[in-house]
Write a protein that binds this ligand. Structure first.
Ligand code: ZN
Length: 203
């Protein structure tokens, strides 16, 4: 399986990092070794002093497809979940300054914790999914799929023109504003509405 991620998909988050609002999706990949399954601890690596949480809605792909149109994109969604796109912001900043790719800042081991998934048929409206992240019981990020610059269907269409999507692939769909640094000892907990989907202790 592969993990595809979309950057700068919420206006307020693009602004907080002084990035321009994109006119087409910003796409990057993480390898399968980036996955961290629900309930497992994240061990803070020593190559970064500024790893940020980015809570994101995740599309789980239900069947293989390419050149998918927005009209049919929904048929390829098996479930929606919640995850964190851990980002070594200090390394990313250096890469950006040099115009280099971001992978060392985004694709390291366990940089993609995932929680539970909700089957598509249990989601009443893809354009109104409220989600949030707590860091040590305090809400630090609040998002709603209504505020995505590129909706789920547009992302699936855009990505599948380039990469064949396969069953089990995951697409991280971007983070809302409020990203921040994690510290050893933190507990990160993600919610879709009031339902707890994800919990990641940082060790
Ligand atoms: Zn992200």
């Amino acid at each position: 399986m592969k993990i595809i991620a979309i950057g700068r998909n919420y206006q307020e988050h693009a602004k907080e990092l002084n990035n321009p609002i994109p006119t087409e999706p910003v796409v990057f990949l993480k390898p399968d070794t980036a996955l961290l399954k629900e309930g497992k601890a994240f061990y803070h690596p020593d190559f970064s002093n500024d790893i940020h949480y980015e809570v994101e809605l995740i599309i789980k792909i239900g069947k293989e497809g390419k050149h998918i149109t927005t009209k049919f994109a929904r048929n390829y969604i098996e479930a929606i979940g919640l995850g964190i796109d851990f980002t070594a912001r200090d390394l990313q900043q250096k890469c950006k300054e040099k115009g280099l790719p971001w992978e060392i800042a985004k694709a390291f081991d366990h940089s993609a914790p995932i929680g539970e998934f909700i089957p598509l048929n249990e989601i009443p409206d893809l354009k109104a999914i409220q989600f949030s992240l707590k860091q040590n019981q305090i809400v630090v990020q609040n998002g709603n799929s209504a505020d995505m610059i590129f909706a789920f269907e547009e992302i699936i269409s855009y990505v599948s023109q380039r990469f064949t999507l396969k069953k089990g692939d995951l697409i991280f769909t971007g983070t809302p504003a409020g990203v921040g640094k994690i510290n050893i000892g933190d507990l990160l907990e993600g919610y879709i509405s009031d339902r707890k989907m994800l919990s990641v202790p940082v060790k």
